[in-house]
Design a protein around this ligand. Structure first.
Ligand SMILES: [Zn+2]
Length: 353
């Protein structure tokens, strides 16, 4: 049996006006879970949009997508009576809402306040420990029912999330094409890998302008296209492909680089991954695509060399490479990649202009 939960969404600066109509198919008793800043950013538009619903309970999810926060929320007896939950915020707030909904067997709706990941539509939640370290991937019984995206809220959020989100999203195409290269794909994987082009071309074409517009808090066609790439296209890939095709070297190298404990304090996930995308393209001798992504990264100041990640050119990177090479994202790739190959490629990229 195959089930796919492709994203359903309402997009636009007036998208919240559809909340009542879309959610009321499930009842009218709602629980709201949100990030503090996200709610503050949404409330002027959200409160009128929710006025015909009964809000049984609302709560700030916490600061981390952790079981501590999930268990605390689940102790609220009143939430068992809700018809659905609405999560509002960034990836962590949405991941917490999705797990709470899953545990209660209640439908979940999402309102992303930033465009940085596809958490608003996917069927997994990335959970962390209270100290922020990675805990596990929680597989949900179903994906969020519907996602409401208001670009006006996204362009008023800190621009760094959009910037890093572009980097992470482009990797989805490069990595899924690479890891599926020599395989005969089933329909769903073929669908996902085909859609992955929409994680890539719209950003290469419109990303520079879109990023400028986001910095100016201005919604434009380019912004719309990139937000949909980051949330909807990436989500469609994640929901469709065999998990083997979700990531490859760009993410393996991200996990390797974050062995340096300061790395994630100084750099965002998608930022680090976007450097890995260049290494991924170069190791696979995709010179034409390397040119395009390198120039894009340079134009928006995503990393193109070790120095951009606060690493020295002569750093032996042994710890980084050891962790990269054993990372599970390299379990399914079209040919073996050795530590030396990655090292040589990183050095080659240092001289690329
Ligand atoms: Zn990623």
């Amino acid at each position: 049996m195959i089930q796919n939960y492709l994203p359903r969404y309402t997009y636009g600066t007036d998208s919240f006006e559809k909340i009542k109509e879309v959610c009321s198919a499930y009842g009218n008793k709602a629980v709201l879970l949100y990030g503090e800043k996200a709610y503050a950013a949404c409330k002027d538009k959200l409160i009128p949009a929710l006025k015909d619903l009964v809000i049984l309970h609302e709560e700030v999810y916490g600061k981390e997508a952790s079981y501590t926060n999930i268990d605390r929320i689940l102790k609220e007896e009143v939430i068992k009576d809700c018809d659905f939950l609405i999560g509002i915020g960034g990836g962590k707030a949405l991941d917490v809402t999705k797990v709470v909904g899953d545990k209660l067997n209640k439908p979940v709706f999402t309102i992303p306040s930033i465009a940085s990941t596809c958490a608003a539509v996917t069927k997994i939640s990335i959970l962390h420990n209270d100290d922020g370290s990675f805990k596990e991937i929680y597989r949900l019984k179903s994906a969020p029912v519907h996602c409401f995206i208001d670009p006006e809220i996204i362009v008023n959020a800190p621009e760094k999330y959009f910037w890093a989100g572009m980097g992470d999203t482009m990797a989805k195409h490069v990595e899924s094409v690479f890891s599926s290269k020599n395989d005969v794909l089933d329909f769903e994987s073929n669908y996902g890998v085909t859609i992955s082009k929409l994680c890539y071309e719209p950003i290469l074409e419109n990303g520079v302008k879109a990023y400028e517009d986001v910095k100016a808090h201005h919604v434009s066609k380019e912004v719309d296209d990139v937000i949909k790439s980051i949330i909807i296209a990436t989500g469609s890939v994640s929901l469709s492909v065999n998990p083997d095709y979700n990531s490859a070297l760009a993410h393996a190298l991200y996990y390797g680089l974050t062995v340096r404990e300061w790395m994630e304090r100084k750099h965002l996930h998608g930022e680090i991954v976007s450097y890995g995308t260049l290494v991924q393209l170069l190791i696979d001798e995709q010179y034409g695509e390397l040119r395009r992504v390198y120039d894009f990264n340079k134009a928006v100041k995503l990393p193109v060399c070790l120095k951009d990640l606060d690493l020295e050119k002569d750093d032996p990177l042994n710890d980084v490479l050891d962790a990269t090479i054993v990372n599970q994202e390299l379990d399914h790739i079209p040919y073996p990649i050795s530590k030396q190959m990655v090292k040589d490629t990183i050095l080659k990229l240092e001289d690329y202009k």
